[in-house]
Design a protein around this ligand. Structure first.
Ligand SMILES: *Cc1c(COP(=O)(O)O)cnc(C)c1O
Length: 383
């Protein structure tokens, strides 16, 4: 029987169980307890984040960010169509409207040259993502935002531990959201974080996170009763999950190093095929340091992509298509978009494949996986 190469397999550092059991036995395992505080301090110290709020997911971190940014009906938010539903939902849930922009083919991230033509008097925010952990052009995006008095929230779900121009992803935008979902480099099952880089927003953010109450002031001893003071929700990560998260954060360097071996192996295997024009692979920018979240390949034709996926599946190797663009989704259609409104996005989305990628792949099954990919690509050449 051939081994199975899954698309993703969560990594365990070895300390998760000890910390989680400790959190449970502490009998103080709601949000913002001991393990949460440790995670927050570590994140703020290691990555120059002004203030971190642990949340139940990246999805809810962006919802919290959208409330914090006062998004309201009539406001427009410019985002790539090539993203996950959560990016769009954060905006829709506040009654605001996503405005979808094209992506740049090398990185699959928001094309910064396409932003300004989409800015209208209603534009309130730019919401870029860091696809596959590749940083978006955040400095240019901030420059555009400052010139037009807009806010920037970065969907950094995939880019924890990446950096751009020596600055960690999430440290530059006004707001940034990370994911610690099972599928991401650092995981606590389901979890996330909202980074707030505007100190004047810290207090309101703490109210929004705690069901719209000023409970944080009671905890600090500033007030003795808490009250309903904001629009908010229940965004706090349980300390039980924060305990798992701490074990993972402590292993962040190991995780990144192990993952970098997978990138190297894929690059070595695929460069020759890329030189022949069958596929295109990322040409990394010298401005970016990658967290090795994912590896994608863009085929020259959709037919070749389909053949590749089928061939790999026959060998029990699970590669994956990318996103179905939001503008051509059922919700995108309801918002008035047609597929050919964003032809670059549609075309790239039809030809992209994400290869299996997980922290232990370098020691578990990498050769089998590389051989499978090699044989699929050889066959495609002679189709
Ligand atoms: C994974 C992901 C999300 C969702 O993260 P959750 O923590 O599962 O909510 C949002 N946006 C992008 C770009 C993602 O990759």
């Amino acid at each position: 029987m051939s081994p199975k190469i899954p698309f993703n397999l969560p990594y365990l550092s070895g300390r998760e169980k000890e910390y989680v059991v400790d959190a449970i036995q502490s009998r103080e395992h709601c949000g913002n307890r001991t393990y949460s505080q440790k995670c927050i301090q570590k994140l703020e110290a290691d990555f120059q984040f002004q203030k971190v709020f642990l949340t139940t997911s990246c999805t809810t971190a962006m919802e919290m960010g959208a409330i914090l940014a006062n998004l309201k009906p009539g406001d427009e938010v410019i985002m790539p169509s090539y993203t996950f539903s959560s990016t769009g939902n954060a905006v829709l849930l506040q009654g605001a409207s996503p405005v979808f922009a094209e992506i740049e083919p090398n990185t699959m991230n928001l094309d910064v040259n396409k932003i300004e033509s989409l800015i209208s008097p209603r534009t309130k925010m730019i919401l870029p993502i860091d696809y596959a952990g590749i940083p978006c052009e955040i400095d240019k995006i901030m420059e555009i935002a400052n010139r037009h008095d807009l806010l920037v929230m970065q969907d950094a779900a995939q880019s924890f531990h990446s950096s751009h121009n020596e600055k960690p992803c999430g440290s530059v935008a006004h707001l940034a959201a990370f994911s610690f979902h099972e599928s991401k480099n650092i995981s606590c099952g389901e979890g996330g974080a909202l980074v707030v880089n505007r100190p004047e927003w810290n207090e309101r953010a703490s109210f929004i996170q705690e069901k719209g109450t000023d409970r944080s002031l009671v905890l600090k001893g500033i007030k003795n009763k808490y009250n309903w003071v904001e629009k908010g929700s229940s965004f706090l990560l349980s300390d039980i999950l924060a305990a798992m998260l701490l074990a993972q954060l402590e292993a962040a360097e190991t995780i990144m190093n192990l993952r970098s071996k997978v990138t190297e192996a894929y690059l070595k295997l695929l460069r020759p095929h890329s030189n022949k024009g069958l596929i295109r692979i990322l040409n990394p920018s010298s401005h970016a340091k990658l967290n090795h979240h994912a590896f994608f390949v863009i085929f020259n034709t959709e037919k070749h992509k389909e053949y590749f996926l089928t061939h790999l599946l026959g060998k029990n190797i699970h590669a994956y298509i990318g996103y179905l663009p939001l503008h051509s989704s059922p919700i995108g259609k309801k918002l008035g978009y047609k597929p050919d409104d964003l032809p670059i996005t549609e075309d790239l989305a039809s030809r992209i494949v994400r290869l299996p990628f997980y922290t232990n792949l370098s020691s578990q099954g990498l050769d089998y996986c590389l051989n499978g990919i090699q044989s699929a690509l050889k066959k495609i050449q002679y189709l």
